[in-house]
Design a binder for this molecule. Structure first.
Ligand code: NAP
Length: 491
C-alpha cells in the first residue's frame, strides 16, 4: 500500500531497520523521536546488543573508554572502570531498549533474508517466509559480525571443545584444563590475559606478532559514580573531553603514516614491550616486523605478564594441523589440548550479506560490490534508493567508538529521510558519478594511511585497499554534517 500523509502533512513512512545492536537501537530511538511512528527493527537473535550479545568470552571488554563508548545523549554514571567489561555494555544497551520502549518495535528471532526494491518500496522477506514492505531500509548490521573459521587441516577431528571466540561455549570448563588459543588480535589477547592462570596450561598460537599499547584500567570509586549520577553535565564534559583527546592524539595520527603521532604510538608500544619483557628470545618473538597501527592496534594491560607465567606458552611455530588430541606445529610437536579457541577474527567485508539486497532493475548488491564495496560516504549505494547503511564500508573503524560513528551517520541519513517525508522526493540514492568520484578520492587517500604501510590486516579488502575512512575524524564529521543533495538522485 502506498504511504499516506500524516496529520501534519508529512508523508508517513514505514522504516525497517535490520539489526538491534548499538546502531539499530540508536535508529529506533532517533526515528521515533523525529515523529516516525511506523518503525520496525528486525533482529535475528532473541535479544538486542549485537556484538556485545554475541561476544561473551572471558576477559571481554571495550578498549574505548566507557564514558565515550555510549550514546552521546545517554550518559551512564555507573560504569565500573575506565574500560568497562563487555557485560556492562550489554546491560547498558538492554537498558536503552527498555528506557525507550523499543521492545514494542523490535521483532526478535526474525532474520531478514532478502530486501528487494519493487519500484516504489522495499519488499523485506524474513527467514520464516513472511514479507513486509517498507519505504526505507536501514542496514544496522555491523562490521565484526561473521566469524572467520580458519582453514586448518584436521580441525573437525579435534575431540575436545572447539569454538570461535564469538560463539563461546559457556558450559566449557577452562579451570585446570589445557587450553589453546589461535589468534592474538584484540580478542585473543583479552582471552589469553583472562584465562592464563586458570588453565593448567595455556598455549597461545601466534602467526604474526602484534603491537600492544599499554592500558591502565582504574575502577571508578562509589564517590565518583555518585558525582556522575548527581551531575549529568560532568558526564557530558567527560564525553566531550575524551572525544577531543582521541581526535587530537589518535585520529590524525592513523591517517598519516608519516605523522609524529603514529611514531609516538610505536614508541609507546616498544617501551611497553621493553618494560614488561626482559627475555630477549621472547621479546624477539613478540616484536612485529611492520609498523604500529598498521593492523588494528591492540590496547591491553596484563598481556605480557600473562605470557610469562610458567603455565602459559607463546607458540610461534606455524600450525600444521589439528589432531584429535591437540594442535601439531610444523616442528612436529603436538600441543595436547582439552579446549581449542579460535580467536581468528571476522569476515569484515560482508556487511549486510548474506542477506540478498536487490535494487532498481534487479541489480544485486553482490554484483554492485563485485570489485569492492563502493558506497557514497559509507551510507548510500547508487541504484539502491531509500537504502542506508550505518557503519557501512569505509566507515571510520580504526580504534574509534563505532557508537559515535553511527550517531554521525544516522543524523546524516535522517536528513535524507526528511527529504522523503516532506515530499521533495519519493526516492533518494547517491548518484553513480558522485559515488565514483568520492570512492576514487578515498582510495587515493588510503595510500597515505598507516593501514597501507605494509601488513596483513582485516582492514584490507579484496581489492587490496584498507577499507577505513582515510581522513581524520574532523573531516568525517564535517563531510557528514549535511548531505549535498546535488550528489543524490532524487526521484
Ligand atoms: P583479528 O584482529 O582479525 O585477529 C585474528 C587473529 O587470528 C590474528 O592474530 C590472525 O593472525 C589469527 N589467525 C587467523 N587465521 C589464522 C590461521 N589460519 N592460523 C593462525 N592464526 C590465524 O580478530 P579479533 O582479535 O577477533 O579482533 C577483531 C576486531 O574486533 C579487533 O581488531 C577490534 O576492532 C575488535 N575488537 C575490539 C575489542 C575491544 O576491546 N574494543 C575487543 C575484541 C575485538 P594474523 O595476524 O597472522 O592474520
Amino acid at each position: 500500500m502506498p504511504s499516506q500523509k500524516t496529520a501534519t502533512g508529512e508523508r508517513a513512512l514505514r522504516i525497517a531497520v535490520i539489526g538491534a545492536g548499538a546502531s539499530g537501537i540508536l535508529s529506533g530511538i532517533k526515528l521515533r523521536e523525529a515523529g516516525i511512528a511506523d518503525v520496525v527493527i528486525y533482529e535475528k537473535a532473541d535479544r538486542p546488543g549485537g556484538t556485545w550479545r554475541e561476544n561473551h568470552y572471558p576477559g571481554l571488554s571495550c578498549d574505548v573508554p566507557s564514558h565515550v563508548y555510549r550514546y552521546s545523549f545517554e550518559p551512564n554514571p555507573d560504569w565500573s572502570r575506565l574500560f568497562s567489561p563487555g557485560p556492562e555494555i550489554q546491560n547498558y544497551l538492554e537498558a536503552m531498549v527498555r528506557k525507550y520502549g523499543l521492545d514494542e518495535v523490535i521483532r526478535y528471532d526474525r532474520e531478514v533474508v532478502r530486501c528487494e526494491w519493487d519500484g516504489a518500496r522495499w519488499e523485506v522477506e524474513l527467514s520464516d517466509g513472511e514479507v513486509d514492505h517498507a519505504d526505507v531500509v536501514i542496514a544496522a548490521t555491523g562490521v565484526l559480525h561473521h566469524p572467520r573459521t580458519p582453514e586448518i587441516e584436521g580441525l573437525e577431528r579435534f575431540e575436545g571443545a572447539c569454538f570461535h571466540s564469538a560463539r563461546w561455549d559457556d558450559s566449557t570448563v577452562l579451570d585446570g584444563k589445557r587450553v589453546g588459543i589461535i589468534g592474538n588480535g584484540s580478542t585473543g589477547v583479552q582471552i589469553t590475559t583472562a584465562v592464563s592462570g586458570r588453565a593448567s596450561h595455556l598455549s597461545l598460537f601466534q602467526r604474526t606478532a602484534q603491537w600492544v599499547l599499554p592500558q591502565e584500567n582504574p575502577v571508578y570509586s562509589e564517590e565518583e559514580k555518585a558525582r556522575f549520577r548527581d551531575d549529568r553535565e560532568l558526564c557530558q564534559h567527560l564525553y566531550r573531553e575524551l572525544n577531543k583527546s582521541f581526535i587530537t592524539n589518535f585520529s590524525h595520527a592513523v591517517v598519516d603514516a608519516e605523522s609524529e603521532g603514529i611514531a609516538m604510538v610505536e614508541t609507546a608500544c616498544r617501551a611497553h614491550l621493553d618494560e614488561k619483557v626482559a627475555d630477549p628470545e621472547l621479546k624477539a618473538k613478540l616484536t612485529p616486523d611492520y609498523r604500529a597501527g598498521c593492523k588494528r592496534l591492540v590496547v591491553a594491560g596484563g598481556f605480557y605478564e600473562a605470557l610469562q607465567r610458567s603455565d602459559t606458552e607463546l607458540v610461534t611455530e606455524d600450525i600444521e594441523s589439528v589432531e584429535a588430541t591437540g594442535v601439531r606445529t610444523r616442528d612436529g610437536r603436538l600441543h595436547p589440548l582439552d579446549v581449542l579457541v579460535l580467536a581468528t577474527g571476522f569476515q569484515t567485508h560482508q556487511f549486510i550479506r548474506p542477506t540478498k539486497v536487490i535494487g532498481r532493475d534487479g541489480i544485486r548488491l553482490d554484483d554492485a560490490w563485485a570489485e569492492s564495496n563502493r558506497t557514497y560516504l559509507s551510507v548510500s549505494v547508487p541504484q539502491f534508493p531509500n537504502f542506508f547503511m550505518l557503519v557501512g564500508p569505509y566507515s571510520p573503524v580504526g580504534n574509534f567508538s563505532l557508537i559515535g560513528v553511527a550517531e554521525t551517520q544516522l543524523s546524516y541519513v535522517m536528513q535524507l529521510i526528511e527529504v522523503l517525508r516532506d515530499g521533495r522526493a519519493r526516492q533518494v540514492a547517491a548518484r553513480a558519478d558522485a559515488t565514483e568520484r568520492f570512492f576514487a578520492e578515498m582510495v587515493e587517500a588510503t595510500k597515505g594511511t598507516i593501514w597501507a604501510s605494509g601488513c596483513k590486516s582485516w582492514y584490507i579488502d579484496k581489492s587490496g585497499v584498507p577499507a577505513s575512512w582515510p581522513w581524520d575524524y574532523d573531516r568525517f564529521e564535517s563531510m557528514m554534517a549535511t548531505p549535498d543533495l546535488k550528489d543524490f538522485e532524487l526521484l
